[in-house]
Every structure is written in C-alpha cells, then in structure tokens.
Write a protein of this length. Sequence first.
Length: 309
Amino acid sequence: MDEDGVYDPAYFNDRMLLGLKGTMSEAELHILKSRLQGGILNKARRGELEMPLPIGLVYTPDARVVLDPDRQIQDTVRLLFDTFRETGSACAVVRRLRGEKILFPRRIRRGIGKGDVLWSEIDHSRVLQILHNPRYAGAFAYGRTRNAYNAKLKSVQLRVARSDWQVLIPEAHEGYISWAEYERNQTTLEQNAAGFSPGLRGRMPRQGSGLLQGRLLCGRCGARMRGPLRAVRGAAAPVLRLQRSRRATRRQALPMGARRSGRRRGERAIAGGDGAGSDRCRACRAAGDHPARGAGHGAPRRAAATRPL
C-alpha cells in the first residue's frame, strides 16, 4: 500500500509494479548517496572539510586549523616528538614519559563532558597513533581508513596505504613537525616494526647475532620466537622466547612447578643455554610431552586437574 493505491502481490501486474517501484527507489537512494559523497570529496580536495582534530590542534571561528592555545598541551605534544627524535623508538617514548611521571592529554569527543581534556598516562598504541597522524605535520589527509565487513558481517575500519589516500595536501596548516620529519618518522617506525608486526614477522634478520629471530617456530605449539640479547653464563647470547600473547595464554595451562622455574618461561639459549638442541620452547617441555589431542597452550591439560588448590 502507498499513496497511489493498494497492491496484491498475488497478481502479476501488481507484483511487477511493486518491483519497478522498489528498483526505482533503490536507484534514487544510490544517486543521492553518490551526490553527497561527491560533495564531501570535492570539499576535501580543497582542504576545507572539517574533520575531528587530534589533541594539540583546534579550529578557529573562521575554520582555520591552529595549535592549541593551551601551553601545557602544546609543550606535552612537543615533548613527545622531541623524545622520539632523540630515541627513535615509540616504546622508549612511553618509558621516558612514564618514568618522569608526565601525563598526556586526551579530549572527550562525545557524551557527557564533550570537549573536556583529561590527563592520564600514555600507552604505546597512543604514541603510534600520534606519530602516524599527518595532521601534526601540517598536512590535510582524507581517506586514511575505509569501512568493510568481517566474517561475522560486522562493520570494521581498515587502514589504507598512504599511496591510496584520496586526498593529501602537505603544509595545509600549522603543525608541530615538518613534512620531511614526518616521513623520516614513518621510515623509522617501519624499520622498528620488522620483528614485531604480525604481517612482517619472518623477514630476513637485520644486524645482530640472532640469525633465527622471527623465523624459528616452537615444534609443539607453532608459536614464533624472537631473540633478544641476554647475559648467559657471563656472555651476551641471543635467547629465544615466545611472543607475549602466547605466554599470557600459556599461564593458565602450565603446571604449578613450571611457573617458578629459574629462567623466564618460554626461553632457551641458542648457544650455551638450557635445552639447546631441542625443537620446543621451554614452556612446552615443562608442560609435558603428551598433551591431549588438539590441546594447545590455551586448553586445559590432564596435569592441571591434579594441581593442588
């Protein structure tokens, strides 16, 4: 039923008319959406599209982007970039700011207290988010992410490579660093992520004596092992251990005795360490040789059933 009359889907003519009207309505919605998206893209290409700004940048009444007038926020953001310029590591930035008890600002974007600034300890993901944001280099960028659907048909946001961004205008407004320094920071972060990012594990090793870092797998659980240098019997030797996510899952499955081992769980030395020559990590050797079929680090074992309370 609509403003033109009442239709019966049991009749061919009514059913065909309903199908035509539905198709025309869908096409009209598609055209309207395309026009709206085209207007947004044209405004973004001129650099005039107002988007949420990161902490440290604000809009003026005439829609210009300037540095936050709060000197404390400015100094804290500048300190982050100065620390990264000195250390060259996002983890080192977090350690220094937390070690010096320096809090980092965060602006509430929605809900109760919208627009207020909160101060809290900074974490690694927050540092990476700031270092990867081109707005701090005075550049306007549009199309850094796109919406997609995962296997559960839920909408998720995916990152887009910089070469595929729809709009990128360097030096569009005032920033905390130059565009050349921003590109150097991206190169440094990419080199630092060679051994830790999920998509980059297993690449050819760089400098150092740990030639198997990122390439050796535990023969029992299949987890990757990485090799930092550690003092073993008075000499520096690369030590292989599981990734942290696997170790965190393994805590619930190890017997009680394995939790109080002398060396850190999941480690063995390539040269001169305990368990040299074995194809399994130390946690797997401590957990036993015969787990239940299909059981992994995250699954309970029979040995855990006899654990004293």
